[in-house]
Design a protein around this ligand. Structure first.
Ligand SMILES: Cc1cc2nc3c(=O)[nH]c(=O)nc-3n(C[C@H](O)[C@H](O)[C@H](O)COP(=O)(O)OP(=O)(O)OC[C@H]3O[C@@H](n4cnc5c(N)ncnc54)[C@H](O)[C@@H]3O)c2cc1C
Length: 394
């Protein structure tokens, strides 16, 4: 249930293993976070490794760090194996220091990453400016050569196509309206039909529709919005992100940018561009573009969109085993391309083999959180206030 990275990766893996697979998607494939994503194929979580280990314990923490460290490799090899046309570029990502404190954070992440086997490199301000084409702004950057960028919606659709080619039945515009247990099977109702299945994966992350179900994910929903310019002129393409790295920064109200194959600059930041703060976020994006790339200040934004990120309080993804042969995987905290692919694939393996050890995290029976609406309002207010005052126009 759910046609994002998690559901489609699971459908593909299960179909390749010879299972009879039916995927039900309420809207269209990639309707949720997977089609609204920045496109950064990160190697790991947003949390530094020592924090992951402090929260999960040594063995479980290392396991998750290792699995997700290999995540981009798995994503790019699926893309290659299945011939998915999604603009894959594996030239790394740059985590940009927006302040001296941000640089200290990156130095610490560099130390921790290297300690746990990540081949990270720390660049100074000069090298960062050379790679990004952004001058006098960033104090340095952390380069992760394992990572890269993709066109996320195209990747998601490609996963669905590959699953279908391997025999999975993929049904979009099929919202599951109830999930019940009858004897030893699960019954999902959608569009007046019933699907009976021995194994069930709920992969609805931050987009679950209110249905009658024994499981409902709890997390803080954080909005993130993006704006894509018309294609940049050739002269700008020769100077800006010529290596194609994807970028995001160390600011608490984080922002990101990358270019696509057509030469569009895609700028994003935390904030709900469909909500009451819409005008603030849109005006911020324009000022941000002018401030980072003065040569692009006259380019029009041709596209704008936003999505919801599912953020658990501890920022660690969850697998909830809410019934017999049933999992729900969610809560990637804005890191869902590699984790969604890994969690989806491994959920299929764990369900079909009846082996929870195949999962990157130990499944739990229930998961609940409090004050999530309040926390979501806090994030949105913080983003709107920050975007109201920064950056000043150059
Ligand atoms: C704006 C934005 C930018 C992001 N940028 C990045 C990034 O650069 N790198 C990265 O790694 N991660 C990023 N993420 C996170 C990543 O996109 C998500 O973690 C990931 O897409 C989650 O995938 P999923 O398949 O679990 O869920 P989703 O892609 O959200 O899919 C859930 C699906 O379930 C469907 N659904 C809901 N209810 C029902 C129902 N009742 N019946 C049937 N179907 C149902 C929904 O329609 C939806 O299509 C970003 C997220 C957002 C929102």
């Amino acid at each position: 249930m759910g046609g994002g990275f998690t559901g489609n990766a699971a459908a593909l893996e299960a179909a390749r293993r010879g299972a009879t697979v039916c995927l039900l998607e309420a809207e269209i494939i990639g309707h949720g976070g997977s089609g609204r994503n920045v496109g950064l194929v990160n190697a790991g979580l947003w949390l530094p490794p020592e924090t992951v280990i402090a929260q999960m314990g040594e063995a479980a923490g290392r396991r998750l760090i290792d699995e997700l460290g290999q995540g981009p490799g798995r994503v790019f090899s699926i893309i290659e194996r299945e011939g998915i046309a999604c603009e894959p570029i594996r030239n790394g990502t740059l985590h940009l220091a927006h302040s001296p404190a941000g640089l200290k954070d990156l130095q610490e992440r560099h130390r921790q990453g290297n300690r746990y086997g990540a081949p990270l490199e720390l660049f100074d301000g000069f090298e960062t400016a050379r790679r990004t084409g952004v001058h006098d702004t960033f104090f340095g950057s952390l380069f992760d050569p394992r990572a890269g960028t993709i066109q996320p919606l195209a990747y998601c659709r490609g996963l669905a196509r590959a699953a279908a080619a391997n025999g999975a039945a993929i049904h979009d515009r099929s919202p599951v309206t109830s999930l019940t247990r009858q004897g030893d099977v699960w019954v999902a109702r959608a569009n007046g039909h019933e699907v009976k299945a021995r194994h069930l994966l709920v992969a609805t992350n931050a987009y679950q529709l209110g249905i009658e179900t024994p499981f409902k994910a709890e997390y803080t929903a954080v909005s993130y919005c993006q704006f894509a310019t018309e294609p940049m002129p050739e002269a700008a393409r020769q100077r800006i992100l010529t290596g194609g790295e994807g970028c995001w920064d160390t600011a608490e109200v984080m922002s990101s940018f990358r270019t696509d194959l057509a030469g569009r600059m895609i700028i994003g930041g935390i904030g709900n561009s469909d909500g009451p703060g819409a005008a603030i976020h849109k005006s911020w994006a324009r000022r941000k573009l002018s401030s980072l790339f003065p040569a692009l200040r006259k380019l029009k934004f041709e596209y704008g969109w936003r999505g919801r990120i599912a953020m658990p309080a501890d920022h660690i993804p969850k697998v909830v085993a809410f019934g017999p042969n049933a999992y729900a995987a969610f809560g990637y905290s804005g890191r869902g391309i590699s984790p969604g692919t890994v969690f989806g694939t491994q959920s299929a393996v764990a369900l079909l083999e009846g082996n929870p050890d195949a999962l990157p995290v130990a499944p739990i029976e229930r998961y609940s959180e409090r004050f999530t609406a309040l926390k979501a309002a806090y994030y949105e207010t913080g983003a709107a206030l920050t975007h109201l005052v920064s950056p000043a126009l150059r």
